[in-house]
Design a protein. Structure first.
Length: 266
């Protein structure tokens, strides 16, 4: 009996199946990087977007929640009579984040103060607010009832805040209440300035009433009524001629009325 030492030959079909399995395994192992690459290509932008959104959310939280960006004091220039407390209250921005402050809205709020003629507001990081104000300048002290007000060149009333003895005084005999910020009667202010121009030496204290216009009491105690601003130079010229005549006659005069044109006196 003869034994063969050669190994039996495996069927061809079995060897091909083994090779296919090996090839399949190799392809699976070698294809992992490509699969990850494909996954990143499809999902990478989404992941990056999420990361950016989270980073932005954190940045916004830091910006808006940090006290460093909140306004607790204002830099104010140009004021002489208004106080810092009044401006801060009127602005309404103390304790607000700089990012939520609109300078134009603040300007509108401050412009409502009767004392403010013009205003400019600027903001800056981290918490800077600069306010430049041009205040109305008092030209006349206006007294009505128990109230004392200032009037500027535009005829706007605002609260008298100091004793400015150098200013002329108008005692208003009318009784309607005055609200700071409203305008004086145009004819009253016009009559005042017309008298000052035509008669610079007129007394520093004058009177006004809707019935008899602008008036003053001279050094003799004579009351002089001049009406409104119309023809004021002519009225003053007549007054300058009339007074010496009355003085020379030793006339006892209670008042002289030039408001209606021809002089009338008692």
């Amino acid at each position: 009996m003869t034994f063969s030492t050669r190994r039996p030959i495996r069927p061809y079909a079995a060897r091909r199946t083994t090779r296919r399995r090996l090839n399949t395994t190799a392809q699976g192992t070698l294809g992992a990087p490509a699969l990850l690459g494909n996954l990143w290509a499809t999902s990478g932008p989404k992941i990056l977007a999420v990361v950016l959104i989270l980073a932005l959310a954190v940045a916004l939280y830091v910006f808006f929640d940090n006290d460093y960006f909140y306004v607790y004091s204002l830099t104010i220039a140009g004021t002489q009579y208004l106080t810092t407390a009044e401006i801060e209250k009127a602005s309404g921005i103390r304790g607000y984040s700089t990012f939520f402050i609109d300078p134009r809205l603040v300007e509108r709020a401050l412009a409502k103060l009767p004392e403010v003629k013009s205003v400019n507001v600027m903001t800056g990081l981290p918490n800077q607010v600069a306010i430049e104000i041009q205040e109305r300048q008092p030209q006349i002290v206006w007294q009505r009832g128990n109230g004392t007000y200032w009037v500027d060149a535009d005829g706007v009333f605002f609260r008298a805040r100091a004793n400015l003895s150098q200013l002329p005084v108008v005692r208003d005999l009318d009784q309607n209440a005055i609200q700071p910020g409203q305008r004086a009667q145009t004819n009253a202010v016009a009559a005042f300035w017309a008298l000052r121009e035509a008669m610079p030496e007129s007394p520093p204290t004058l009177e006004w009433s809707a019935a008899r216009g602008i008036a003053f009491t001279d050094e003799r105690g004579w009351k002089v009524y001049l009406g409104d601003a119309n023809e004021m130079p002519d009225k003053i010229a007549t007054l300058r001629t009339l007074i010496p005549q009355l003085v020379s006659q030793n006339a006892r005069i209670r008042f002289i009325d030039l408001g209606k044109g021809d002089p009338y006196y008692q």
